[in-house]
Write a protein that binds this ligand. Structure first.
Ligand code: PRX
Length: 654
């Protein structure tokens, strides 16, 4: 048999379908005719409807590949759109955020008026430090309410921010601050995580030794423990703000041009120097507000919980800017899902009557590992929509989510996008789209997605290839900060004037997209190119398995052989019988070619701090290489543990 070396074989067959219920469809924000709307008409209308302008735009967009500009000639302010205009419209008493600290019984309810006062006072403090339009600001915080306050204060002043996830090391912080040439750093004394205190200010001290451009560090008190404060550089936020006004008239929202820099967000950089992804003001705000409205079917009385960290793009777009622009009530939870126990999430949903929940497949699989009994103790009947993002979702995890959290009735929207895309691009629209577990289904209206072979031809339905986007969209990245060459090379060199995503995908006969993971992770077994997600989903399909990660290791016969790392549900035990059962299960489900040569049982998988499985490290372990960069790992101990298990397993199998 001849095999096109560039094609990705599609093995998974998943036939379950869930059409929208008539009740949901009748009340949905999206109606089927949304797909008939013209590109320009749609985005012109969204631009006018979703955002308030200080000066209206006079041209929708310009496209000079690889750069686009949107809403040209317009002026607006993000903080005004997310906060002030809701207060001015008489909705000041509406809750903006229910905040829940990790330590039990620490809760705050923050209305839009409260948020406005806090943001104004914070912004007045920053002004005292000389922050103004264009001053680059770094933010390194946990999920306390002052994090959104700090971000909004920056946008109020027109100061671009870069938020560095609170789990990153001092070195990672310094690298990002230096690239942005940040002048101000906002942090907190300590954060809470898994019941422990995280030394955020101490990390900043180390980072600032390497970041000469920082002149002031603002420290929010969270735990209240004493931290080192350097005279003349460091100041507590409450001291900075003492006596300052919280009247919005004292700190008007800076009018920004549509294409002014809003923020940089550095991609996690598991392989190379992090890329500073550039997002600008108007197109980004319109893009996230529009997608948030239609995809999450948000209503005026919704209580919406996106359980990501604000330090990732998901938090920027769908905790902060999209939802607040739409005036939505959100939930922010500071800690981990199992503190003090595995019921924490479900308690939060019950307490606030959350109706929309948005999380990552990795979290769903973690809940699967613990078992459904924790969710079942709580009243989850308020939930009417579930969403996922971050990785391909295994069909069984999708089913579990719908069954356990959604009580078998809610739509699940599997949303595909990237830091670079700024907004969701491939997704079901609830009430319109027939759902398929494991498929992100259709491009959002106006998004022109396709699957290409290496020559730039569209592949036939059912065949895997490279996902590309052929037309611009409002929230797309405007480049890599200070590195146009890398921008061109990474995204635009493969196909002419077409955005190269870096993910594999296939489109089925109905035009639904199935994401197949990063192209770099595709395995080559006896000249068949097999995506990791299909083997992983076949493993997760077995009732004993909660989570699986596979990778290819070199093999003299087959080129590569599949090594699988498997985490079992709490109810199951590892055994030699289970090993062969799992191999057979994969063979039966998707074919003998995809059966793992080795299976390693492990209680945890190595993941980035945003929850993505780090397959590159698994390859290093499988091929007995020295480990590459492990600094972005959530728990570096996991790899060492895996290494010893891998050696033990191979011993057994030979
Ligand atoms: O590989 C895809 C995967 O996550 C990548 C983007 O990661 P990041 O920039 O960190 O943004 C994550 C949150 C938007 C993509 O290239 N990915 C994200 N969502 C999905 C996904 N893979 C499959 N299905 C998804 N729904």
């Amino acid at each position: 048999m001849t095999v096109d070396a560039n094609r990705i074989d599609a093995l998974q067959e998943e036939n379950r379908k869930f059409p929208p219920s008539p009740e949901f469809a009748a009340q949905a924000n999206a109606k089927p005719d949304i797909y008939n709307r013209g590109f320009e008409e749609f985005w012109e209308a969204q631009g006018r409807e979703r955002v308030s302008w200080f000066r209206p735009f006079d041209k929708l967009y310009e496209w000079e590949p690889p750069y686009s500009k949107w809403y040209l000639g317009g002026q607006l302010n993000v903080c005004y759109n997310c906060v002030d205009r809701h207060v001015e419209a008489g909705r000041g008493d509406k809750v903006a955020f229910y905040w829940e600290g990790e330590p039990a019984d620490e809760r705050r309810t923050i209305t839009f008026s409260d948020l406005q006062r806090e943001v104004v006072r914070f912004a007045n403090g920053l002004k005292k430090l000389g922050v103004k339009k264009g001053t680059p600001v770094g933010i390194y915080m946990g999920m306390c309410p002052e994090l959104p306050v700090a971000m909004l204060a920056c946008t109020r002043l027109g100061a671009p921010h870069t938020v560095v996830f609170g789990g990153f090391s001092a070195q990672a912080v310094a690298g990002r601050l230096n690239d942005m040439e940040a002048e101000i750093l906002i942090t907190q004394d300590e954060g809470w995580r898994k019941g422990n205190k995280v030394p955020l200010k101490a990390n900043c001290d180390d980072a600032m030794e390497l970041s000469p451009t920082i002149r002031s560090c603002v420290v929010v008190r969270r735990t209240g423990d004493p931290v080192n404060m350097t005279d003349g550089r460091d100041i507590y936020a409450d001291e900075l703000q003492a006596g300052l006004s919280d009247d919005p008239a004292t700190c008007p929202c800076e009018p920004m041009d549509s294409e002014d820099l809003l923020y940089l967000l550095y991609t996690s950089g598991t392989t190379a120097k992090p890329k500073g992804i550039v997002h600008t003001t108007a197109g980004y705000l319109v893009g996230v507000a529009t997608t948030h409205h239609y995809i999450f079917d948000v209503k005026p009385d919704s209580v919406y919980w996106c359980a990501a960290d604000i330090g990732w793009v998901t938090g920027h777009s769908y905790i902060l800017y999209g939802p607040l622009c739409n005036g939505t009530t959100g939930v922010i939870y500071e800690g981990v899902p199992n503190h003090p126990n595995e019921e924490r999430w479900w308690e939060i949903i019950e307490r606030y009557k959350v109706d929309i929940l948005y999380t990552a497949p990795t979290t769903i699989r973690t809940h699967m590992k613990w078992g459904p009994q924790y969710a079942q103790k709580h009243d989850l009947s308020s939930l009417r929509l579930l969403g996922t993002v971050g990785e391909p979702i295994n069909p069984e995890a999708w089913m579990w989510y719908r069954q356990t959290a959604g009580l078998g009735k809610t739509p699940v929207v599997d949303t595909w996008w990237q830091t670079e895309t700024g907004m969701i691009l491939i997704t079901p629209l609830p009430g319109v789209t027939t759902l398929k577990p494991g498929s992100a289904t259709k491009p959002f209206p106006t998004i022109d997605a396709a699957v290409y072979d290496e020559q730039g031809q569209e592949v036939p339905p059912g065949q895997g290839g490279n996902l590309v986007i052929r037309k611009p969209w409002p929230a797309m990245l405007r480049g890599i900060y200070k590195d146009p060459e890398r921008y061109q090379q990474t995204y635009w060199a493969r196909y002419k004037d077409t955005y190269f995503v870096g993910d594999g995908a296939r489109k089925d006969e109905d035009g639904d997209f199935w994401l197949m993971g990063r192209i770099d992770d595709v395995m080559n077994i006896s000249a068949h190119r097999i995506s990791t997600i299909e083997v992983e989903s076949a493993l997760v399909d077995h009732p004993a398995v909660a989570e699986a990660a596979v990778t290819g290791r070199q093999d003299p016969q087959t080129g590569q052989a599949i090594v699988a790392y498997v985490t079992l549900k709490a109810t199951h035990q590892a055994s030699v019988e289970l090993l062969s059962e799992l191999r057979n299960h994969v063979s039966n489900k998707i074919g003998k070619i995809a059966a793992p040569a080795n299976i390693v049982f492990t209680p945890e998988l190595p993941k980035t701090r945003s929850g993505k499985i780090m397959r590159r490290l698994l390859r290093d372990v499988a091929e007995h290489r020295a480990l590459g960069d492990t600094t972005t790992l959530a728990d570096p101990g996991v790899v060492e543990e895996l290494r010893s298990r891998a050696v033990a397993e191979e011993g057994k199998e030979q």
